[in-house]
Design a protein around this ligand. Structure first.
Ligand code: AMP
Ligand code: MG
Length: 485
């Protein structure tokens, strides 16, 4: 093996008691499916030897020098109910890498086989869902949304058994860390305040180092996570992303989007949109995401209560304030994001109502969200064909155009700015299904074409028209996504 990884594993070294050693299953014949070369380079990995070694390393068959393969403890609220013991049941953390800019990343294998936390599961993953995470997380990254990333997907050469046998696969995932709200819940729910404090100190050092040594670093941590999550969810709303399983074990303290399962991008604008086959009640519908984000923060605040203050009432008051701050921070981030989508740079009070009025129009007319938002720059440039049949659009547009006339560069300037913010190409559900279906049947071309479109989402290119078009109506109506197990 020629690839060298400069692992520097702080979690394994400092956080004894928060993980168990882990080992990948033996796989018969691993093969590389896709390698994210630009990401490999930013992590200081040499592409050529890595291409040769990737199948063995990322299937866990060959453990690089200085790796410390571990499975982390965590708990979590799943669909509102508490599971005191989850943990890495189908993943192992190989170690941490530091990029050229000094940023630290976990390198994790997902689907590598059972661990102490597998609870009867096989610890494995199939190719479709791992490629889904690859495509969607890379699209999110290109859209500028904080996210874990995918370094590679490899097949294992053995089938995994779901409703039917499927090709087994492992995803090599890169994340600012895998610390979750659920990690805190594991220790706090066992009344283990010492461990909770150690975890908080580690989280601060890793993600919010400016808080170390401040008068109350734990209140600082809570507020930092409030800010990161409020900003993150606002960004999801901007691009029409529906996470699908916003359980507290899937909430990263770094503020990255994590654990792509039955996630999807909304087609027609409708806050009630749910695609996940297991989300029967629509708990994690598009429009519920901000409220659920706040609910998840409340669970995080509860774990920190003993650290926030010795006086219980004072601790509660800190928690209450942080939850209020979440709502405010989210609303501010939403308005700021919508302003940018509408070409506005200089804030005015009426902007929020202008943006809200637009979402009402989109919902009423059942317009494709991505296409409609992108289409607004054409309206600024004088063509409104796309909205000809939308009742109330002319009145709204008159108000908006008058608004951007007061902006730098007027309508033309606004249109130009908008085209760098409102994407043309997103991983549309029908195209994702098409690409994954072909990949599972051995044809990787559609996936590579899709990746090409969505990893450069703002620039229109020839030959990619079908990647900009909504699905046929019949597709969207019955579309369901499934958990990545
Ligand atoms: P997820 O739905 O991927 O967020 O996972 C929730 C929990 O279930 C985590 O503890 C996972 O490790 C565990 N899990 C998911 N799939 C499997 C599997 N195939 N085998 C064992 N554990 C799993
Ligand atoms: Mg998860």
């Amino acid at each position: 093996m020629a690839t060298s990884f400069a692992f520097d594993n702080t979690f394994a070294a400092q956080m004894d008691g928060f993980f168990l050693p882990a080992e990948a299953a033996a796989f018969p014949s691993p093969e590389l499916v896709v390698l994210n070369e630009p990401l490999a380079m930013t992590l200081g990995l040499e592409v050529q030897p890595l291409r040769d070694d990737a199948a063995a390393i990322f299937s866990g068959q060959s453990v690089p020098e200085n790796a410390d393969p571990i499975a982390q403890f965590y708990a979590g609220h799943q669909f509102g109910g508490f599971s005191p013991q989850l943990g890495d049941g189908r993943a192992l953390l190989l170690g941490e890498l530091v990029d050229a800019e000094g940023r630290r990343f976990d390198l994790q294998l997902k689907g590598s086989g059972p661990t102490e936390f597998s609870r009867g599961g096989d610890g494995k993953a199939s190719l479709g869902p791992m490629l889904r995470e690859h495509v969607i997380s890379e699209a999110m990254h290109a859209l500028g949304v904080p996210t874990t990333r995918s370094l590679a997907v490899v097949t294992t050469g053995e089938p995994v058994f779901r409703e039917r046998p499927l090709p087994g696969a492992v995803l090599a995932r890169v994340a600012a860390s895998h610390l979750r709200v659920g990690t805190f819940e594991y220790f706090a729910s066992r009344q283990d305040i010492t461990s909770t404090r150690r975890l908080a100190d580690y989280t601060i050092e890793r993600h919010y180092p400016h808080l170390a040594g401040t008068p109350n670093p734990y209140v600082g941590l809570l507020n930092a996570v409030v800010d990161a999550q409020a900003e993150l969810i606002a960004q999801w709303m901007m691009v029409g992303f529906i996470h699908g399983v916003m359980n507290t074990d899937n909430v990263a303290l770094s503020g990255e989007t994590i654990d792509y399962g039955p996630c999807a991008f909304m087609d027609r604008f409708d806050p009630r949109t749910v695609y996940s086959s297991i989300d029967h009640r629509g708990r994690y519908a598009y429009g519920n995401q901000p409220g659920i984000g706040q609910w998840n923060i409340a669970r995080f605040a509860e774990t920190l209560l003993p650290l926030l203050d010795d006086d219980k009432d004072v601790a509660m008051e800190h928690a209450r304030k942080s939850l209020q701050a979440f709502a405010l921070r989210y609303q501010t981030a939403w308005t700021k994001g919508m302003r940018a989508k509408l070409g506005i740079v200089e804030a005015e009070d009426e902007d929020e109502s202008l943006a809200t009025a637009l979402t009402t129009l989109l919902e009423g007319a059942r317009l494709d969200y991505t296409k409609a938002m992108r289409g607004l720059s054409s309206v600024a440039r004088g063509s409104d064909d796309m909205f000809a049949d939308v009742e109330g659009f002319d009145a709204w547009a008159a108000r908006w155009l008058a608004r951007i006339d007061r902006e730098p560069g007027g309508r033309g300037g606004a249109a130009e700015r908008m085209d760098t913010i409102n994407p043309i190409y997103i991983p549309r559900n029908h195209l994702v299904e098409e690409a994954l279906g072909a990949a599972v049947d051995g044809d990787l071309d559609p996936m590579h074409r899709l990746l090409e479109a969505v990893t450069d989402p703002f620039t229109r290119r020839d030959g990619l028209d079908r990647y900009a078009e909504p699905a046929p109506e019949a597709f969207d109506d019955g579309y369901k996504t499934f958990c990545g197990t």
